[in-house]
Design a protein around this ligand. Structure first.
Ligand code: BJW
Ligand code: ZN
Length: 259
């Protein structure tokens, strides 16, 4: 295992230049440099708030006002921030590489705002609402936590995110698992890899023979199985990594031209 700040191995450059099947799994850490707090760790949300009171269906049913106030606070925060160089580089990579899929645990929409398309959202999207009973999507955006609107079926409106104990959207997790089992290159970026079933994806990829790269300033559950680890912020590593791959491509083209 090669642990370095932004020294990119030849193997990784070659894989990137080969336009092989690539899966990028992102977590809260990729949005940290935009100002969105992560969940775990010293400054994480779960250090200040109890997930059992805010991120479960039973918490919502017991105290919908409190849960809505928390989500409206986070919605507001997310609306005020911008994608960072990590999101923008992934969007650029997605345009240049035909077989790159982004799978995110994030609900903040920052990949899409940076220009990424076909992003697989495992844990929903904080900007959307749905009915807590029938699951129907709800276009109404203005939520008053003191008077939570009701669906036609009578169910309360809730944020369209995945709470603990809830199933992930079937198509999203199924596609993510299939892509992970078939890729040659897998990036695990800004995730503690502690929350399942998303945390299984790097392991699925590794078992299937993919080259596993982690970008995270701190060690995680994935670090010991990774082939290459960049122990630095993703907003710094990704632009450097992509620049190195582009330089290699340019050098190859020049060589071919000279030959
Ligand atoms: C940087 C950085 C920088 C900082 N650059 N990096 C199997 C085994 C054990 C448990 C389970 C299991 N299967 C299911 C479970 C239960 C549960 C679970 O996994 N619990 C674990 C905690 C043990 N999973 C579920 O309940 C899931 N549902 C499910 O499995 O359904 C089937 C089922 C149902 C019932 C019973 C059994 C099975 C649902 C999980 C839903 C997670 N929801 C949340 C909230 C979303 C809504 C919201 O936003 O409010 O999703 S919780 C929270 O954690 C959020 C995240 O998406 C998720 C993952 O967190 P993430 O992204 O990894 O963030 P952090 O904070 O953990 O890490 C950030 C990292 O960034 C750190 O490592 C930093 O170092 C790094 N970093 N700056 C790069 N600049
Ligand atoms: Zn309904």
């Amino acid at each position: 295992m090669n642990i370095s700040p932004v020294e990119v191995s030849k193997s990784l450059i070659e894989l990137l230049c080969s336009d092989c099947r690539t899966v990028v799994l992102t977590g809260a850490g990729i949005s940290a440099e935009s100002g969105v707090p992560t969940f775990r760790g010293k400054d994480g949300l779960w250090n200040k708030f109890d997930p059992r009171e805010l991120a479960t269906f039973s918490a919502f049913m017991a105290n919908p006002k409190l849960v809505w106030e928390w989500y409206l606070f986070r919605r507001d925060l997310i609306n005020k921030v911008e994608p960072n160089p990590g999101h923008f580089t992934l969007a650029e990579m997605g345009k240049a590489l035909n077989r790159l899929r982004i799978v995110t645990q994030n609900v903040d929409n920052l990949h899409q705002r940076a220009g990424s398309v076909d992003v697989i959202e495992l844990h929903g999207n904080i900007a959307r609402n749905k009915c807590a009973d029938c699951g129907a999507p709800v276009s109404e955006q203005e939520i008053d936590p003191d008077q939570i609107p009701l669906c036609q079926c009578g169910g309360r409106i809730r944020p369209d995110v995945v709470w603990f104990g809830e199933m992930l959207p079937f198509e999203a997790i199924e596609t993510a698992q299939r892509e992970s089992s078939q890729c040659e290159l897998f990036f695990s970026i800004g995730t503690s890899a502690e929350v399942y079933p998303a945390a299984d994806l790097p392991r699925i990829a590794k078992r299937a023979g993919a080259y596993l790269v982690e970008i995270n300033p701190d060690p995680t559950e994935v670090t010991h199985i990774a082939d290459e680890v960049f122990a630095a912020p993703s907003g710094e590593v990704l632009p450097e990594l992509w620049r190195a791959a582009m330089n290699e491509q340019r050098a190859k083209r020049t060589d071919q031209h000279i030959d």
